[in-house]
Design a protein around this ligand. Structure first.
Ligand SMILES: [Zn+2]
Length: 238
């Protein structure tokens, strides 16, 4: 399949998705009762003070907007896997609230999304979307820089234990500082962006790849953390 066909296919997929939303309005992604994409009551349930996550091996400091459970999880899955693109705005705004409390935002900050999986023409890049909305809501404090890509095909993390996840992710990413759009001058620093923090293996590997490429990493921001907010310990992934 050549690039023109891939691009056309993506445009048509987006168009059909918009038409479908017009013809069959989606109910609220959280309660499935009120009109969607997210009703006012459920949106209020998501409003929490961002917190710093429990430390993970090899991970820089990570801040999250909420737990990976309940309403938070349902809404995130509707966005990531259900293709509910209209949820990018409220979720990106939540991420911006996290970014704001970290104190990392600034003109020299690069928001570096964890790359999506799968072939490029199929990739919905949900984390890229979140990073872009996050930046829009942050008064332009920094910029989004897609510096990371998969070096090799890692097995999916689903069903793996903590040690297996760390091993599976090791060496998975390579960072391309050239994607900054110029030399990595001193003072630039990266904040890794991801949707969910489980064992921290993905964020740790992203930080390693960036540092190896000469890009300092101050931390990471995520929407949801598994295992801390509900009192448990970091466990297996979704
Ligand atoms: Zn609702």
């Amino acid at each position: 399949m050549n690039d023109a066909i891939r691009r056309t296919r993506r445009v048509l997929e987006r168009l059909f998705s918009v038409l479908l939303d017009l013809l069959l309005p989606q109910p609220c992604a959280a309660c499935s009762v009120a009109p969607g994409p997210l009703c006012g009551d459920c949106l209020r349930l998501l409003e929490r003070r961002p917190r710093q996550c429990a430390p993970r091996p090899g991970c820089p400091p990570v801040w999250a907007a909420g737990p990976y459970s309940g309403v938070d999880r349902r809404v995130l899955l509707a966005f990531k896997e259900g293709g509910a693109d209209a949820l990018a705005a409220p979720l990106g705004a939540r991420l911006a609230a996290v970014y704001a409390v970290t104190g990392w935002s600034g003109p020299d900050t690069l928001l570096v999304p964890v790359p999506g999986r799968g072939p490029p023409w199929r990739r919905s890049r949900p984390v890229d979307r979140l990073a872009a909305v996050c930046l829009e809501r942050s008064a332009g404090a920094g910029r989004v820089a897609r510096l990371l890509r998969y070096r090799r095909r890692a097995r999916p993390q689903v069903g793996l234990g903590r040690d297996e996840r760390l091993t599976n992710r090791r060496g998975a990413f390579v960072a391309d500082p050239g994607a900054v759009g110029g030399p990595v001058r001193s003072g630039l620093r990266a904040v890794v962006v991801d949707d969910v923090l489980t064992t921290g293996a993905t964020v740790a590997e992203a930080a390693r790849a960036l540092r190896d490429a000469g890009v300092p990493v101050v931390g990471a921001v995520v929407l949801a953390e598994r295992g801390w907010w509900d009192g448990g310990s970091p466990g297996a992934g979704p």
